[in-house]
Design a protein around this ligand. Structure first.
Ligand code: NAP
Length: 252
C-alpha cells in the first residue's frame, strides 16, 4: 500500500461534521490531505474537537456554524471558505435530521424541519458551490448523503424518506447539469450506522433490522467514510449520477 494521500491540495466542505457519519467523513478526508471546513449546527465543542484531530494529522481545518437549511447562512459559509482557502473542490452534503412519527400524528413543523435540513440544504449548498467550482475549471466532487429509507420507504418516516428520495432525483439531475464541467455528483445511501440518529431505536427494532441485513451487523462509520473519500478522489473521476447503497445488503 502506498502512503500517498489521495486528496492532497484539495479543499472540502463537510456539512454536519461535528458528529456521526459527517465527523467520520471529515476526519478521513482530512487524513487524506484535504483542507476541511467542518460545518456544524449546535455542537460547537464537538466541531472544535474534529478540527483539532484533523490538524493533529497535518491538514488544515476550521469549524463554522451554519444552518444548512438557511440560504443566507450557507452563502456566508461558502464565502468564508473561499476567503480562507481560495477554492472548493469537494462538497459533502451530510447534515441531516429526523422527526419520526406516523403521518397521522406528524405536525407541519416535523415535515418542514426535515425537508429544509435534508433537502433544501442540497439546493442551498450545491447552488453556492457550483459557480466557484465551474469558474475554477478544475472539476469537482459533490457527494450527497441519502438513505435506504429514500429507496424503499419506512413507516414513520414519510418526511425523512421523502427528503432522502428527493436527494436522489436532485443528485441525478445535477449530475447531468454539471457533467460537462467534470464535476461529479453522486449519492450515498447508508443503511444502519450507530449514531445519535439511530440510538433512539429500541434494541428490539435493531434486532429486527439485523434479521434483514445479510452481513448481520450494523455498519461502521469508517466504512461510509472510506466510500465518501473514494468518491471525492480522482480515482472516482468517471462515476457520476450514481446512488451507492452501503447497507450490508439490507435494501438489495
Ligand atoms: P447525527 O449523528 O445525528 O449527526 C447529524 C449531524 O448533522 C450533526 O453534525 C449535526 O450538527 C448536523 N446537523 C443537523 N441539523 C443541521 C443543520 N440544520 N445545519 C447544519 N448541520 C446540521 O446523524 P448521522 O447518523 O451521522 O447522519 C448523518 C447523515 O447520514 C444524515 O443525512 C442522515 O440522514 C444520514 N443517514 C444516517 C444513517 C444512520 O444509520 N446513522 C442512515 C442513513 C442515512 P450538530 O451536532 O451541531 O447539531
Amino acid at each position: 500500500m502506498s502512503d500517498q494521500k489521495i486528496l492532497e491540495g484539495k479543499v472540502a466542505i463537510v456539512t454536519g461534521a461535528s458528529r456521526g457519519i459527517g465527523r467520520a467523513i471529515a476526519e478521513e478526508i482530512g487524513a487524506q490531505g484535504a483542507s476541511v471546513v467542518v460545518n456544524y449546527f449546535s455542537s460547537e465543542d464537538a466541531a472544535a474537537e474534529v478540527v483539532g484531530g484533523i490538524e493533529a494529522r497535518g491538514s488544515q481545518a476550521f469549524a463554522i456554524q451554519a444552518d444548512v437549511g438557511n440560504f443566507d447562512a450557507v452563502q456566508s459559509m461558502i464565502k468564508k471558505t473561499l476567503d480562507t482557502y481560495g477554492q472548493i473542490d469537494i462538497l459533502v452534503n451530510n447534515a441531516g435530521t429526523t422527526r419520526d412519527t406516523l403521518l397521522l400524528m406528524m405536525k407541519e413543523e416535523d415535515w418542514d424541519v426535515v425537508i429544509d435540513t435534508n433537502l433544501k440544504s442540497m439546493f442551498n449548498c450545491c447552488k453556492a458551490v457550483a459557480r466557484p467550482m465551474i469558474r475554477r475549471k478544475q472539476g469537482g466532487r459533490i457527494i450527497n448523503i441519502s438513505s435506504v429509507s429514500g429507496l424503499v420507504g419506512q413507516g414513520g418516516q414519510t418526511n425523512y424518506a421523502a427528503s432522502k428520495a428527493g436527494i436522489i432525483g436532485f443528485t441525478k439531475s445535477l449530475a447531468k447539469e454539471l457533467g460537462s464541467r467534470q464535476i461529479t455528483v453522486n449519492a450515498i445511501a447508508p443503511g444502519f450506522f450507530p449514531t445519535a440518529l439511530t440510538e433512539v431505536l429500541s434494541q428490539d427494532m435493531v434486532d429486527k433490522a439485523l434479521e434483514f441485513i445479510p452481513l448481520s451487523r450494523l455498519g461502521e462509520l469508517e466504512e461510509v467514510a472510506h466510500l465518501a473519500t473514494f468518491l471525492a478522489s480522482d480515482k472516482a473521476s468517471y462515476i457520476t449520477g450514481e446512488v451507492i447503497r452501503i447497507d450490508g445488503g439490507l435494501a438489495m
